[in-house]
Design a protein around this ligand. Structure first.
Ligand code: ATP
Length: 440
C-alpha cells in the first residue's frame, strides 16, 4: 500500500466534557471523502494505573491512504483547537496529535514505546525524543505520550476486540442516558459468546453507560464486529452518530509483566501467602512473599468473585496475581491492587485438638509433652493417648479468579472468549463502521 498515514490523538477532552474518541469521529467525518481507511479506527487503552488519566486512559488512531500528510495535519490542528476552545483543558492536560507515514505498527521503536506505555510510566521527554528521531509531524503537549503509543499499537497478529460507541446529541450531554437494561440482556443472550462486559449480572444492569457530562451514550464491546450493531435496538435515545473501533480492550495483551513492582507498573507476580486481613468494609489484604520481597495485595470488595476467593486463602497457599502497583503501603509493604488471581497451590493443612476421653467422651487435658492425657470429668488417664489431628477442608480450588463480567477493567481479558487476530490490513468500508443518525 502506498502513502500510508497514521494519525493519532490523546487528551482531546477536559473536565468540562468532550472525549478523544468523540473527537476522532468528528475528525473522520471531516476527512472521510478524501481518504481510504486501511484499518478500523483504533481505540487504544494505556496503563490503567496512571493517576493523571481522566477516565480510562484512552488514545485513538486512524490508518488510511492519502498523499498529503501536511494537509491532514493542518485540518487536525484546526479541528482540535475548535473542539477544545469552548472546553479548555486543565493546566496539566494538553492535546497531542502525531502523524507518521508508512507501516508504523511494524516499527520496533514505536512498538516498544506502546508496550511501555501500556505497562509502565513514560515521560514526555522520552516521547519527544522518539518523535524527533523519527522526524514525524506532531503537535501539542502531554497528550503526545498517548498519541505516540497509539502509533505502535494493534499490529498484525495481536489479539483485539471491537467497541461500537454511540454518541449523544449535544443537547443531551448533561441529561440522563437512555439505554434499556432489559433489551441489552435480551440481545446479549441472543448472541454467540462474543459479547464482552456489556452486562453486570450481579447488579442486573448494563455496564455500557458512562457517568458524567461526556458525549458517549453507550459503548458495546465484543469480538464480533457486525453482531454488535444489534445492540442499537436497546437505545431509547436518538444518538448523534455511532463509530465502530478496533481495540486492545479486554485482551490483557502486553499488560502485565514479571518485572520489579515499582509504583504505577502493571505486574504479574507470584508467591506464598503469609498473612490475610479482612478489613471492615470487606476489602481483603494478603501479604505475599515473592522473589521481589513482601507485597500487600489488595482485593477490593467491588471485584466480587475475586474478593470472595481471596477471603478463602490461608497461609502457605501459592498464588499468581496480575495487578497495578500503587504508591502506598498498608503495613510496611508496597501495595498491588489485584485485577485477577490464579490459585496455583492450595495448602492442605491439619489442625490439632485434644482427644476425647475413651470412657466418658469428654475433652481431655494434656499432662505435658509426651506424658499423655487426663480426663477431668471421669479421671481416666493414659500416656498412650495422642493429640487429634484433623485435616481442614478447603473450599478454595486451584484456578483463575476474576471480577464478575460487567466489572472487568478496560484491558482485562474475558476468560472464555476467543479473540481474533489479523494477518493483514484491508480496506475498510466507512459505511459499515460509521453511522450518522441526526444533525445536531
Ligand atoms: P479520555 O477518555 O477522555 O481521553 P482518559 O482517561 O483517556 O480520558 P486522558 O485525558 O487521555 O485520560 O489522559 C491520560 C494522560 O496520560 C494523557 O496525557 C496521556 O498522554 C498520558 N499517558 C498515557 N499513558 C501514559 C503512561 N504510560 N505514562 C505516562 N503518561 C501516560
Amino acid at each position: 500500500m502506498e502513502n500510508i498515514i497514521t494519525i493519532s490523538f490523546d487528551d482531546i477532552d477536559s473536565q468540562y466534557g468532550g472525549c478523544t474518541t468523540h473527537f476522532t469521529g468528528i475528525f473522520l467525518h471531516e476527512i472521510k471523502d478524501k481518504i481510504k481507511l486501511i484499518d478500523y479506527p483504533l481505540l487504544v487503552r494505556l496503563n490503567p494505573g496512571i493517576p493523571w488519566k481522566t477516565r480510562g486512559n484512552a488514545s485513538t488512531a486512524l490508518r488510511f491512504i492519502y498523499d498529503d500528510p501536511k494537509e491532514i495535519f493542518e485540518i487536525a490542528k484546526n479541528l482540535v483547537d475548535e473542539y477544545t476552545n469552548p472546553r479548555p483543558p486543565s493546566p496539566n492536560k494538553k492535546p497531542g496529535i502525531v502523524i507518521t507515514q508508512g507501516k508504523v505498527w511494524e516499527d520496533e521503536n514505536f512498538k516498544n514505546f506502546y508496550k511501555k506505555a501500556l505497562s509502565d510510566v513514560v515521560l514526555l521527554d522520552e516521547t519527544i525524543n522518539i518523535l524527533e528521531k523519527n522526524k514525524v509531524l506532531y503537535y501539542g503537549g502531554k497528550g503526545l505520550i498517548g498519541a505516540t503509543a497509539a502509533q505502535g499499537s494493534l499490529g498484525l497478529y495481536e489479539p483485539y476486540t471491537f467497541e461500537l460507541i454511540f454518541y449523544r446529541l449535544p443537547d443531551n450531554w448533561n441529561k440522563d442516558r437512555c439505554v434499556r437494561d432489559d433489551l441489552v440482556l435480551k440481545i446479549e443472550k441472543s448472541l454467540p459468546a462474543c459479547s464482552i462486559n456489556n452486562y453486570d449480572y450481579i447488579k442486573e444492569k448494563t455496564s455500557v453507560k458512562p457517568n458524567g457530562p461526556d458525549p458517549i451514550l453507550s459503548g458495546f464491546r465484543g469480538s464480533c464486529e457486525e453482531l454488535l450493531w444489534k445492540y442499537e435496538s436497546s437505545l431509547c435515545e436518538t444518538p448523534h452518530f455511532a463509530l465502530l473501533f478496533r481495540s486492545n480492550q479486554h485482551t490483557s495483551y502486553g499488560l502485565f509483566n514479571d518485572v520489579h513492582p515499582y509504583p504505577y507498573r502493571n505486574v504479574e507476580i507470584e508467591g506464598y501467602v503469609s498473612n490475610i486481613k479482612i478489613l471492615p468494609k470487606g476489602h481483603v489484604i494478603v501479604s505475599l512473599n515473592t522473589k521481589y520481597g513482601m507485597f500487600d495485595i489488595s482485593f477490593y470488595k467491588d471485584t466480587g468473585p475475586l474478593n470472595e476467593a481471596a477471603k478463602l486463602l490461608v497461609n502457605g497457599d501459592y498464588i499468581k496475581v496480575q495487578g497495578s502497583v500503587r504508591p502506598y503501603f498498608y503495613n510496611s509493604n508496597p501495595t498491588i491492587s489485584a485485577y485477577s488471581m490464579e490459585v496455583i497451590y492450595v495448602n492442605q493443612y491439619e489442625k490439632e485438638f485434644s482427644p476425647r476421653c475413651p470412657i466418658c467422651g469428654s475433652r481431655m487435658k494434656s499432662l505435658g509433652h509426651n506424658k499423655g492425657y487426663r480426663c477431668e470429668k471421669c479421671g481416666f488417664e493414659s500416656k498412650y493417648i495422642n493429640k487429634l489431628k484433623i485435616r481442614i477442608d478447603r473450599r478454595l480450588l486451584p484456578g483463575i479468579y476474576m471480577p464478575e463480567t460487567g466489572e472487568l477493567m478496560h484491558l482485562q481479558k474475558e476468560k472464555y472468549i476467543q479473540l481474533p487476530i489479523l494477518s493483514s490490513l484491508n480496506y475498510v468500508n466507512i459505511n459499515k463502521i460509521f453511522k450518522v443518525y441526526a444533525n445536531p
